[in-house]
Design a protein around this ligand. Structure first.
Ligand code: ATP
Length: 356
């Protein structure tokens, strides 16, 4: 449905915000653009919307290039984080508005009928006569989404639509957005910098950094099969533990623990170990408590978070974290034995490329 080919954007000041992006999004798919501030998410969205012109490359909707089309002719619905509703109009008038202007404008009764149909789908019928100032942020965002849908666009573009809402409402509205998008079957691009939001709402996620796509994949794979060190570090909370280690013979050597490369799962090895230095990544949940441990650590602090307890300790000269169950009852200053499951560690080359 959406085909982005070698898309590049250099802003007037010479800054290259996007470097040859290639993406294909299927009909009815909900894709999140995820990444740290400044990675180029909004730039892609604005290029899709036609609010910016690319420096080079192409964007096709349904096999037809839209690069030279005006935003109004691209058949898109746009929703921003600040709702952008007309304050002097009621909800019904706001939702009807796109249907009452432009080349394809409809008679008032028909516009009202269509607006009410969508207001029913998004459950905002009872707000019809309210003005934006009389509603909560969540209600206003529902109205903005409804207004974006009334012209039955082919593509829905959402730029951080939940960032002005409180945490609880964010959870609720993101569920609603997913349900709505799937019910209508509209192809949707959703920009967020919140990995949890992206993991929970997306069919697939585009994780970006510095204008480059780092991985475009289903949510599980971003977490379990990171393509490189950046992805492994970006996904997961607490952040993955990282250890720089030197290869000596067939062993990656560290002060407190080493990795015997001959014990790795052969099926997970992507490239032979020919370098001198590697980076080992171990997620906090993959350190396992053991009676016959690989190494022992002294717990510096133990933070309870719900049923999990996060242990902070130092190993191989790095501050590290492990997640244990609250029932283990581990406290500050305890000495605990830990083991590593070789099937759940990652190994990267110094340049970040994953080899295991
Ligand atoms: P955020 O999450 O903070 O909104 P983002 O991933 O959406 O970030 P963009 O807004 O796409 O990032 O910006 C990408 C990069 O391009 C940033 O480094 C930004 O400073 C730069 N940039 C954006 N707009 C312009 C502009 N008009 N002129 C010059 N540089 C720009």
């Amino acid at each position: 449905m959406i085909h982005i080919n070698k898309l590049q954007k250099v802003y007037d000041n010479g800054y290259e915000a996007l470097k040859s992006i290639n993406l294909e999004v299927n009909e009815g798919e909900l894709v999140c653009l995820l990444g740290p501030s400044g990675c180029g998410k909004t730039t892609i969205l604005n290029l899709l919307a036609g609010l910016l012109d690319p420096t080079s490359g192409d964007i096709k909707f349904d096999n037809e290039s839209v690069i030279n089309k005006h935003p109004k002719d691209r058949n898109i619905g746009l929703v921003f984080q600040n709702y952008a509703l007309y304050p002097h109009m009621t909800v019904l008038e706001n939702v009807m508005f796109p249907l009452t202007v432009g080349k394809k404008k409809k008679p008032k009764e028909e516009a009202e009928k269509i607006a009410k149909k969508y207001m029913k789908i998004t459950s905002i019928e009872e707000l019809a006569n309210k003005k934006p100032g009389e509603m909560s942020g969540g209600q206003q965002q529902r109205v903005a989404i409804t207004r974006a849908l009334v012209q039955s666009p082919k593509v829905l573009l959402l730029d951080e639509p939940l960032s002005n809402l409180d945490a609880r409402l964010r959870l609720k509205i993101r569920e609603e957005i997913r349900r709505l998008v799937k019910e209508i079957g509209i192809t949707t691009i959703f920009v967020t910098h919140d990995q949890e939001e992206a993991l929970s709402i997306s069919d697939r996620i585009v994780l970006m950094n510095q204008g480059i796509v780092q991985q475009f994949d289903i949510p599980q794979n971003l977490y379990l099969e990171p393509a490189n060190l950046f992805v492994a570090k970006f996904m997961g909370n607490p952040i993955i533990n990282i250890y720089e280690m030197n290869k000596e013979g067939n062993v990656l050597v560290g002060d407190d623990f080493s990795i015997d490369l001959s014990l790795l799962n052969k099926n997970r090895i992507k490239q032979s170990f020919t370098e001198e230095k590697y980076v080992v990544g171990i997620r906090p949940e993959y350190f396992v408590l053991s009676d016959k441990p690989l190494f022992k650590v002294k717990v510096e602090t133990a933070e309870l978070i719900g049923k999990d307890c996060i242990l902070n300790f130092k190993i191989n000269n790095k501050n590290s974290k492990a997640i244990t169950d609250i029932n283990e009852g581990i406290c500050e200053n305890d000495e605990v034995g830990l083991d590593i499951d070789y099937n759940s560690i990652y190994i990267f080359k110094e340049d970040g490329m994953r080899v295991y």
